[in-house]
Design a protein. Structure first.
Length: 329
């Protein structure tokens, strides 16, 4: 019988002993226990904060955690001592209940968070549940944030995750060389950068079979031209790349100008995105098509940034549509 979580407090769920290891990374880099909403119910969080998809994601997390063998640190204690930014970097395995999933590529997911946080709570876990329902295994990556050059350092995390998955290929019933990347916002930039010479090619790892991008950052030239409100693009670039805006615009970091290594790509964005200009998505889609790389671009007629798995808005069902697209290739 499916457990009903809507009347439970977020604190009660995240303090469940079965998920203690990963609960602190619900929004990595943010101690939720200090927030007033930590003691709100899941229903209240939906009503007051618009987080309408939490029950789906948390329910799935609890289910996979109670089966065990789902949480894998990327770095040893010795490696973390050498570099404290590696502390807490991990992958969490969301296996699909579909027995055919073992014969399909797995999905390696990088939620967003402006290179300050990693939002598993609203982006990662609910979307993973959708992909599980579609018959795909999912690994959620908690990559390095809160330091200069987070996107570049996340390449090490991506590589380490794939190497770890390869070592556990038989144990987890996955095909280690066959995978799809899926990134949101800043995590979308991580997924993009993985397709450049900074990514899989540099590590001698297999090319993804597809790339799914959800309201991604792709172009620093756009960032230099668009008003970002309280966010200073120079600060964002420093956090992501540890370089200045000029270098970002004139190097491989300017993704639409370096798409040769991309696999088939599907991009999902809302037309009224107030944080990451939809032109980031449109410019990349145009560049991919010019390069002869299969690309699907879906622009929702309404809605803004951070729609996560699409619940309750025009982008609802995008994970399912993404997999229909992939299976039609």
């Amino acid at each position: 019988m499916k457990e009903v979580l809507k009347d439970k407090k977020l604190s009660e769920i995240l303090e469940d002993s079965s998920i203690m290891e990963i609960a602190r990374h619900a929004i990595s880099g943010w101690d939720l226990s200090k927030e007033e909403f930590y003691d709100w119910t899941i229903e209240e969080l939906g009503e007051k904060k618009g987080w309408v998809n939490l029950e789906r994601g948390l329910g799935r997390l609890l289910k996979v955690a109670k089966k065990g063998n789902y949480y894998f640190p990327l770095y040893s204690k010795e490696e973390c001592k050498e570099d404290s930014a590696r502390e807490g970097r991990n992958i969490v395995f969301f296996p699909s209940d579909d027995p055919k999933a073992a014969k399909r590529p797995f999905i390696l997911m990088t939620p967003g968070g402006s290179f300050v946080n990693v939002w598993h709570l609203t982006e990662g876990w609910p979307s993973a549940e959708h992909f599980n329902s579609c018959g795909y295994h999912v690994f959620l990556l908690t990559y390095q944030v809160g330091i200069e050059g987070s996107a570049v350092r996340a390449m090490d995390d991506m590589a380490r995750a794939l190497e770890l998955i390869r070592k556990k290929e038989d144990e987890l019933c996955v095909r280690a060389k066959e995978y799809i990347t899926c990134g949101f916002s800043a995590g979308g930039y991580v997924a993009c950068l993985w397709n450049t010479p900074k990514g899989y090619e540099a590590y001698g790892l297999p090319k993804p079979q597809a790339c799914l991008l959800i309201y991604p950052v792709t172009s620093y030239k756009i960032m230099n031209q668009v008003e970002w409100g309280e966010i200073d693009p120079k600060v964002f670039v420093r956090a992501a790349l540890a370089c200045d805006l000029k270098e970002a615009c004139e190097s491989v970091f300017e993704i639409p100008e370096h798409v040769e290594g991309f696999p088939p790509t599907a991009i999902f964005v809302a037309s009224q995105d107030e944080l990451v200009d939809p032109n980031h998505s449109k410019m990349l889609a145009e560049a991919l098509k010019k390069a002869g790389i299969t690309c699907r671009l879906e622009v929702g007629p309404s809605g803004g940034h951070g729609f996560g798995d699409g619940s309750g808005m025009c982008m609802e069902g995008w994970p399912e549509r993404a997999m229909w697209w992939f299976e039609s290739l």
